[in-house]
Design a protein around this ligand. Structure first.
Ligand code: PHE
Ligand code: ZN
Length: 884
């Protein structure tokens, strides 16, 4: 909602929020400046008069002076692009309120008052999708982190917990369903065609967990009986016509509720749990108390329109939001610097849940892949920050892979060091001790120390230091003694030039080359800058398997013979370590190839070793296909770039594609046989059939790069025969990159087949923007003009432009056109949706680690953005730091 569309002037007071452009550099908020709130709000009443382009809100706050606060007599209520149309204290209109920036200040003489404020907003004009907004004719809210202040004036901070009572009135035909947090306590109809509902949430909550939804919705309904025997009504609300695609989400919800009881002893605490799917949403989903709001893409799934990956994502996100009911809602965050308290812990919980629902090994590999491709680059770039940041300008910029995924890894290390049973004692103590509170990361750490029996004194550095620790490894053998030497460095990051060593828990195994067995896994913890560990009774040099299960989120530098990696890729009994050996083999080879260090003989030798391991994986009959599919994936170009101080993306792309083509040609026969075998497996959702689909796409990818004509033939056959989206998308993915006549035909068919299904049309955009087709950039520019493209729907924007930004061929095209594409996008999107616009900045922010010609072009785009006079706080912070 822009400031010009503010609905009305405030009554009886001419002061309005400062409409001047924001200052050049937004103020910095610091963790160390935390002060407890001066006023608490034990009760909040909200009365909404609903309309798509005008909604009226009357708030009624019971405010009491906080005995632990500063004693200030002035009540500060945050606002953002709203105006107070009327203000009452203890029932009487007051005029001596004032505005400080966007905040409403009211002097209060006593220790307890009732404060009422009236505001009005325009949901249809709210393109930021924060606060109360319209989506497809329905109304919904998004309040985390600071969206509530765009609805009404409030102490909009997570340590102010309040019991909410909500009343809403709206046109019955337009908004037949009226939802808010908690339970519906009363409803009725008015003579004028409107109806109303009252909702009450008995659990005190911060404003960021408030939610309201009104619209024409239908529910998939089920019930769940909790461990203490309470029956809970479950509803998944969607637009009419979508209800047939909600069963997987419902199954996932029921599985989540059961799993949290068993794995963490956590029971649901209301009689009703509602999920609503909305198509315009900035993020994945939101854990509002008793009323989760989801991006449709994490709710809707059926075999025809959702891939196996989509099914997994639905399960994971449903679990994640449900688990927040305890890790986030019952215990929330004291301030936004503690965000990882809820997010890191909840990501770990969703990872453990997904592992329990499917394959633990495959899930672990997928999680590490996400960490390495998203978090490692963040941690080594200009936006690096600790999992508990020390400062921010715009909190929305801190919903990052570091806070979420590294945050999960940090808690996972505690679990590894304590063991699962002790870890559970730690979480039990945490939930017990802090239930109902707004807590800190320090509170969590202390519960872990006392409950799980860990000494985390030095471990706290994982919360305060940014940067991925690097651990250098050497292994020597003499007589019968193997000596392992480890040394660590934590790289300097912005604002943190000097680092201290952190505890690095490493699960290791030492393999005997002859019987291919190890002597038993051990956990060693490197706490010093360097240390030595000695192992006896090895007649021959053992093969070291280290950081098994990715027990620590570090990067291991271990220069070792190719034979050892081939050995581990074939024989390691830790599935992650086996995957890792294969990845290292390829990384070592490609890094050498890119740096020009390989002559023809060395290249042939490197390829032969990779080929040997690859063929073993393709043909190993003891491997499950889901795991085989994982092992066949080559390291991402972004991860390869991370291995080099300065990367040449063009050379990385060329070398990686060349290796892929070589494997495709060299192993054409076994890959063809693998593809044939997978094609013969009928569709089902069981692990064997999902595995078959995974290797089908993998094999096809290699075949197509090695032999375009054969790839096109198989892909078009797979496309035509497809009875599910996994196969269809897998075939389309291959065709989209090939310069063959079948490409256009398949793309046209795909579009017409799924016209009107927004989530599948998103795939149609992504497939093309993510392709390695020679004309990819021109194609993306053309797609931006397609009638189905819109800048106001974040899913569509991401489908086209995020796919382009993470496509190394498009983004790093030597013309610089990819950088201009993303730079233009950021400038055009910022006035519409700053939060989503800011998410594109980090891709350009990588410039320091890219070869100089491209780096200059990337930097130029950042400078063009920085020169815009009226940037949002979101983009301003990211661009300034990226240039810094
Ligand atoms: N708290 C949400 C989650 O992780 C993410 C989110 C943040 C959603 C901000 C919307 C806005 O689960
Ligand atoms: Zn979350």
């Amino acid at each position: 909602m822009d400031i010009a569309s503010r609905p009305a002037e405030p009554a009886e007071n001419t002061q309005v929020a400062d409409a001047a452009p924001p200052p050049h550099s937004p103020p910095v908020i610091r963790r160390e400046d935390y002060q407890p709130p001066a006023w608490l709000v034990p009760e909040t009443g909200l009365d909404f008069t609903l309309g798509i382009d005008a909604a009226g809100i009357t708030s009624k706050l019971k405010v009491v002076r906080n005995p632990e606060g500063s004693g200030e007599a002035v009540l500060r209520l945050n606002g953002d692009q709203i105006a107070p149309l009327a203000v009452r204290v203890d029932g009487a209109a007051v005029n001596d309120w004032r505005l400080d920036g966007s905040d409403l200040l009211i002097d209060l003489p006593g220790a307890e008052h009732i404060v009422e404020v009236e505001t009005q907003v325009n949901p249809a004009a709210n393109s930021q999708l924060m606060g109360l907004y319209a989506s497809n004719g329905m109304l919904c809210t998004q309040c985390e982190a600071e969206g509530f202040r765009r609805i009404t004036f409030f102490p909009d901070r997570p340590d102010v917990l309040s019991v909410y009572s909500v009343r809403m009135t709206g046109d019955k035909a337009q908004f037949p369903i009226l939802l808010a947090n908690g339970n519906c306590t009363a409803q009725g109809e008015n003579a004028d065609g409107t109806h109303w509902a009252e909702w009450h949430d008995p659990w005190p909550k911060p404003s960021y967990l408030f939610a309201l939804v009104a619209g024409d919705l239908v529910a998939n309904h089920a019930t769940f009986t909790t461990m203490s025997g309470r029956e809970v009504d479950l509803n998944i609300w969607v637009r009419p016509g979508d209800e047939d695609r909600t069963q997987h989400a419902m199954d996932s919800l029921i599985a989540s509720m059961k799993w949290d009881e068993e794995a963490f002893g956590r029971e649901y605490d209301l009689d009703l749990f509602n999920i609503v799917a909305v198509s315009d949403f900035n993020m994945g989903a939101m854990e509002n108390k008793g009323l989760n709001v989801f991006n449709t893409r994490y709710v809707l799934a059926d075999p025809e329109t959702a891939t196996d990956g989509d099914y997994d994502a639905v399960e994971g996100v449903i679990g994640h939001e449900y688990f927040h009911n305890w890790s986030g809602n019952r215990i929330t965050c004291r301030d936004w610097f503690q965000l990882s308290l809820k997010e890191g812990f909840t990501v770990l919980r969703d990872q453990l849940f997904s592992a329990a629902m499917g394959s633990e090994a495959v899930k672990r590999i997928e999680d590490v892949r996400v960490l390495r491709s998203a978090q490692f680059p963040e941690d080594s770039g200009p936006l690096a920050h600790p999992i508990r940041p020390d400062s921010y300008q715009e909190i929305s910029n801190f919903y990052t892979a570091t806070v979420y995924n590294k945050g999960a890894e940090v808690i996972r290390m505690m679990r590894t060091m304590a063991g699962p049973m002790q870890f559970r004692k730690g979480t039990d103590l945490y939930f017990d001790r802090h239930d109902g509170e707004a807590a800190t990361c320090e509170d969590f750490i202390r519960s872990m120390e006392e409950g799980a029996g860990l000494d985390l004194t030095q471990f706290r550095l994982w919360y305060s230091q940014a940067g991925t620790p690097q651990v250098a490894v050497t292994l020597k053998h003499e007589g019968t003694t193997a000596t392992l030497h480890l040394s660590q460095t934590v790289p300097a990051t912005p604002g943190q030039p000097d680092k201290q060593p952190v505890p690095v828990p490493l699960r290791i195994g030492l393999f005997n080359r002859d019987n291919k067995e190890h002597t038993g896994e051990q956990l060693i913890v490197l706490t010093k800058a360097s240390d030595t560990f000695v192992f006896e009774e090895f007649d021959h040099p053992p093969v070291l398997s280290i950081n098994r299960g990715f027990s620590a989120p570090v990067s291991i530098e271990f220069d070792r013979p190719v034979e050892d990696l081939v050995f581990l890729a074939a024989h390691d009994d830790d599935p992650f370590a086996r995957y890792e050996a294969m990845q290292s083999l390829v990384v070592q080879h490609l890094v050498a190839a890119v740096s020009g260090a390989l002559d023809e003989a060395a290249r042939a030798e490197g390829r032969a070793a990779i080929g040997e391991a690859f063929a073993a994986i393709v043909t190993d009959s003891a491997l499950e296909d889901l795991m085989r599919g994982e092992l066949m994936i080559l390291p991402a170009e972004s991860y390869l770039a991370e291995q080099m101080l300065i990367a040449d993306p063009g050379a990385i792309h060329a070398e990686r594609e060349a290796l892929k083509a070589w494997l495709g040609r060299e192993y054409a026969q076994i890959l063809g046989a693998l593809h044939d075998r997978a094609v013969a497996v009928l569709y089902s959702r069981d692990a064997a059939a999902r595995g078959a689909r995974k290797i089908k796409s993998q094999a096809l990818g290699y075949i197509a790069v090695g032999n375009n004509a054969e790839g096109a033939r198989r892909a078009i056959a797979q496309y035509r025969a497809a009875d599910n989206m996994t196969d269809r998308q897998g075939a389309m993915l291959v065709l989209a990159s090939l310069d063959v006549p079948e490409r256009a035909e398949a793309l046209a068919d795909f579009h017409s087949r799924y016209e009107g299904n927004a989530l599948v049309i998103d795939k149609w955009f992504s497939l093309q923007a993510g392709s390695f087709h020679p004309g990819v950039l021109a194609n993306i520019r053309a797609l931006a003009e397609h009638p189905d493209f819109t800048m106001t729907n974040p899913n569509r924007v991401r489908a086209l432009y995020m796919a382009a930004a993470v496509n190394p061929k498009a983004f790093h095209d030597e013309s610089g056109e990819g950088y201009r594409l993303i730079g233009d996008l950021i400038r055009r999107l910022d006035p519409i949706n700053p939060q989503t616009a800011a998410r594109f900045v980090p891709s350009l922010g990588r410039w320091r680690r890219i070869e100089p010609v491209r780096a200059a072009m990337m930097r130029e785009e950042l400078q063009k953005i920085a020169a815009e006079p009226s940037l949002s706080r979101d983009v301003r912070e990211q661009v300034t730091k990226s240039l810094g």
